[in-house]
Ligand binder design. Structure first.
Ligand code: SF4
Length: 262
């Protein structure tokens, strides 16, 4: 894993004689649609104090999506996007206060300029994390040298992926991204949202076997929470405060040594 300092030396912003970082005008012109910012989190980038940048746009349509306002490629009328220039200027003011920045979404890898944006952030001295559903493996592969951590959503067993995403063959890309991460040296987490209809116990058991076959030793399960979800059928199908019950956990644990429920 490369250090922030080593990547900063080849990245876009320049360091002025006074030692302060000035962001070049051409960098400030870069386009990256940011639909929201969480200025401070201790939970979205393990072990780091971080900000979260929510990138606008996602081509999938997961029934349980809790950020549906980030799905359109351009923010719906009435929601304000942040310009990349504004985000970088704000991040400059956070230097020394935050360890890292997480790109989340929406789907960050859906935007062609994500690689340059990641390098802009590293150049300001931050570590960089990425939340992704792994739908663009080639773009992910290009990003990996500049990332410190990846949270990869593996949503379902490969054959049943479109039940969750609404997109045919979407599992191929996600599993290709998982294989990339396994071969890379970057830290990563595999996580799956648990919903009684979209990811029922039989699907989770099949997924556990598929992950085990790929050598995944730690798996994070996230019981569905209705906050933000706009699909009433999906919300109605899940009991309030649903959990992963002990027998299912034991069955999944027969395949994966460490399972975290969050
Ligand atoms: S991949 Fe993520 S952002 Fe896209 S629809 Fe699914 S849950 Fe929502």
């Amino acid at each position: 894993m490369e250090s922030a300092a080593s990547s900063a030396s080849r990245a876009s912003p320049r360091i002025s004689s006074a030692g302060a970082i000035a962001v070049r005008d051409d960098v400030l012109q870069r386009e990256l649609r940011i639909g929201g910012i969480v200025p401070f989190t201790t939970t979205d980038f393990p072990g780091r104090l971080a900000a979260v940048l929510f990138v606008q746009g996602c081509p999938w349509r997961c029934g349980y999506c809790h950020n549906p306002h980030l799905i359109p490629a351009v923010a719906d009328t009435g929601l304000r996007e942040h310009t990349w220039a504004g985000v970088l200027r704000w991040l400059e003011s956070r230097r020394g206060l935050l360890d890292g920045v997480v790109f989340s979404g929406g789907e960050p890898t859906a935007q062609r300029t994500i690689g340059e944006a990641v390098r802009d952030v590293r150049a300001l001295g931050f570590q960089v994390g990425l939340h992704t559903a792994g739908m663009y493996p080639r773009r992910l592969a290009a990003l990996l040298p500049d990332l410190d951590w990846v949270g990869l959503d593996v949503k379902a067993p490969r054959a049943g992926y479109e039940i969750v995403t609404g997109v045919a063959a979407s599992g191929m890309a996600a599993f290709e991204s998982l294989d990339l991460l396994r071969r890379a040296s970057v830290e990563y987490e595999v996580r799956t949202t648990v919903h009684p209809v979209l990811t029922p116990p039989a699907a989770l058991q099949m997924l556990a076997r598929e992950l085990a076959a790929r050598g995944v030793a730690r798996w994070t399960l996230q019981p569905f929470r209705p906050i933000g979800c706009e699909d009433e059928t999906v919300v109605a199908a899940a009991p309030r405060g649903m959990a992963v019950d002990a027998p299912l956990l034991a069955a999944l644990g027969a395949h994966i040594p460490e399972i975290v429920v969050r």
